[in-house]
Design a protein around this ligand. Structure first.
Ligand code: NAI
Length: 332
């Protein structure tokens, strides 16, 4: 099938070209994101392959449908950037990669916790400058702390498994209980308010939906322990960034580790070294000594990218052959 591939990086091409030896799709790579301004590039392609920050709102989907696009192949798990109801009305099928390596995201999550707690980023720069003083670097035993997981799906479960190894107390909040988390990792399900009140570390692993938008806002932060660590490797808009800045300024938030940011489309995945930063909230976040930010790289391991490539191309082949689409995104 002819595939217009948006938001391409050299590493995407490497992994997709390798995986495509098995599938033989006709891929045209575009570096640009898929937006209202760039959608013309997809003209004549039955499939558009998109990533986390491509913009697939209703107006874009209407134009894509008019140009002949019938399939949106997301090469990610989250689909918050696609207007699924409009896609359905337009007869556009949307497929995604629901699981490729929850371990990758979970391991990065724990990496952020450790980096913040033991101030590894500060310690490393100090040592490289010949400063071996330990002042300011004191951490806490994670073993003695309570970790609250918001969402215990595939990634939340992996985080639970790793944190269980640390020996800490695990709380969780989810619409559904995960029996593996309960039975194997001793996770205790509580209300969201209880999780906020009792956790030393709050880690977000639920999807971004209307009801989870700004889940971490002023009110939620007010319910947390003073000095709480908040980790978000899920989706940026789960956190009200302005409220987080206030929480950091007041000392209520003791540590913030984020791999995602609510306005990341204009920033992440590009080298902006010499560009003037216009996002004041993001700029403020980068000034705190107790904030660690990575640019949506939690998924970025060899194993994960190889599986993303394989599953995405397999989804396209299944659509082409009219087979049952196991990874279709439904509008309900
Ligand atoms: P999943 O679908 O397996 O699990 C999500 C869990 O969240 C489910 O158990 C669901 O019941 C729960 N949930 C839904 N609404 C909730 C709410 N209001 N409160 C508490 N729990 C709620 O998804 P998975 O694979 O674990 O991924 C989680 C999220 O991680 C994805 O939605 C995606 O946004 C993000 N992600 C981030 C990546 C990165 O590179 N930073 C890579 C992959 C995923």
């Amino acid at each position: 099938m002819k595939v217009a591939f948006f938001s391409t990086k050299p590493y995407d091409r490497r992994f997709f070209d390798e995986a495509n030896k098995e599938f033989g799709h006709e891929i045209t790579y575009f570096e640009t994101r898929l937006t209202r301004q760039t959608l013309k590039l997809a003209e004549g392609f039955e499939c558009a392959c998109a990533f986390v920050n491509d913009q697939l709102e209703a107006s874009v989907l209407i134009a894509l449908a008019a140009q002949g696009t019938r399939l949106i192949a997301l090469r990610c798990a989250g689909f918050n950037n696609v207007d699924i109801h409009s896609a359905k009305e337009l007869g556009i099928t949307v497929v995604r990669v629901p699981a490729y390596s929850p371990y990758a995201v979970a391991e990065h999550t724990v990496g952020l916790m450790l980096a913040l707690n033991r101030k590894i980023y500060w310690a490393n720069s100090r040592v490289k400058e010949g400063n071996f003083a330990l002042d300011g670097l004191m951490g806490f035993d994670i073993r003695s702390s309570t970790v609250g997981l918001v969402g215990t799906g595939k990634i939340g479960e992996c985080v639970a498994s790793i944190m269980h190894g640390f020996g800490c107390r695990l709380l969780a909040h989810d619409k559904y209980r995960n029996s593996v988390c309960e039975e194997e990792y001793g996770v205790e399900y509580v209300s969201l308010d209880e999780l906020f009140a009792q956790s030393d570390i709050v880690s977000l692993h639920c999807p971004l939906f209307t009801d989870t938008h700004h889940l971490i806002n002023h009110d939620a932060i007010a319910k947390m322990k003073r000095g709480v660590m908040i980790i978000n490797t899920s989706r940026g808009a789960l956190i009200d960034s302005k409220a987080a800045v206030e929480g950091l300024k007041s000392g209520k938030i003791g540590y913030l580790g984020i791999d995602v940011y609510e306005e990341e489309e204009e920033l992440f995945f590009e080298d902006k070294t010499f560009e003037i930063r216009t996002d004041d909230v993001f700029a403020r976040l980068t000034t705190f000594p107790n904030v660690v930010i990575t640019g949506h790289q939690a998924y970025f391991t060899q194993e994960a990218v190889a599986r993303i490539a394989h599953t995405t191309l397999e989804n396209i082949t299944s659509y082409e052959r009219g087979e049952e689409l196991v990874n279709v995104v439904r509008a309900d």
